[in-house]
Design a protein around this ligand. Structure first.
Ligand code: SF4
Length: 229
């Protein structure tokens, strides 16, 4: 496992759990608004060993009951299944974040019961997917497959979209919600500048636009919510 970051305690990353967060390195997307650009582009150095993560879990097992595994794109890791298995075997719940582009790997993880909660990014409506992820000729078929897998999995999951002024119009969000309708949870989160972006010119949208986007999304997903506002 290429582990590039480790947050020892979070009550925000894993719904209903006190967790730690493991950040894996590398991603097949290049979203200009990626807030973890160094995790995505700098691939050659390990920052944390699995031993360090498991030692911390052992020490804090009275406080922590979950591990959020995020990236980058965690499903790019060759040994992700083994890593999740070891976390589960030690008695911790697993939340997996994914961009949805590896449906076969996701399916295997769901079949094996290696994730308790999955958060999948829906980057934009289908016609603007490639440009939004910085891979203009991207074929969205795998993303469509991952959406269907989660909808039919019986697992707890959410879809979420990070909204930017540069790539997302109100109509785009309505089309996105229509595409994924039937999902139990859909979160819209406004872009915030982390200072560690792939493209430093990205901007968020106004609060009023976020509210209008939410209204449009709720036409198709009544339980859609704004996150972080
Ligand atoms: S935002 Fe997520 S999917 Fe996009 S480049 Fe960053 S880590 Fe990859």
């Amino acid at each position: 496992m290429l582990i590039k970051g480790f947050q020892k305690l979070t009550v925000l990353d894993f719904p209903g759990r006190t967790a730690c967060t493991v950040f894996t390195g590398g991603c097949n997307f290049r979203c200009p608004f990626c807030h973890n650009a160094l995790l995505v582009t700098e691939m050659d150095e390990y920052f944390y060993s699995e031993e360090e993560i498991f030692e911390h879990l052992e020490k804090r097992k009275n406080v922590i009951d979950g591990v959020a595994v995020t990236g980058g794109e965690p499903l790019l890791q060759k040994d992700i299944e083994r890593f999740l298995y070891e976390i589960k075997e030690k008695g911790f719940a697993v939340k997996l974040d994914t961009n949805g582009s590896f449906p076969e790997k996701l399916d295997g993880i769901l079949q094996l019961g290696l994730a308790d909660y999955v958060a999948m990014d829906i980057k934009n409506c289908p016609e603007k997917y490639g440009v939004t992820i910085g891979v203009p000729d991207f074929d969205i078929k795998p993303v469509c497959e991952s959406i269907e897998l989660l909808k039919n999995s019986g697992i707890d999951y959410e879809f979420r979209t990070t909204v930017t002024a540069d790539f997302h119009t109100i109509d785009d969000i309505e089309k996105t919600a229509q595409w994924i309708q039937g999902a139990p949870r859909y979160f819209l989160q406004n872009f915030e500048d982390s200072g560690n972006l792939i493209d430093s010119s990205c901007r968020g949208v106004s609060r009023d636009e976020m509210r209008e986007m939410l209204k449009r999304a709720q036409k198709f997903i009544p339980n859609a919510q704004l996150r972080g506002m």
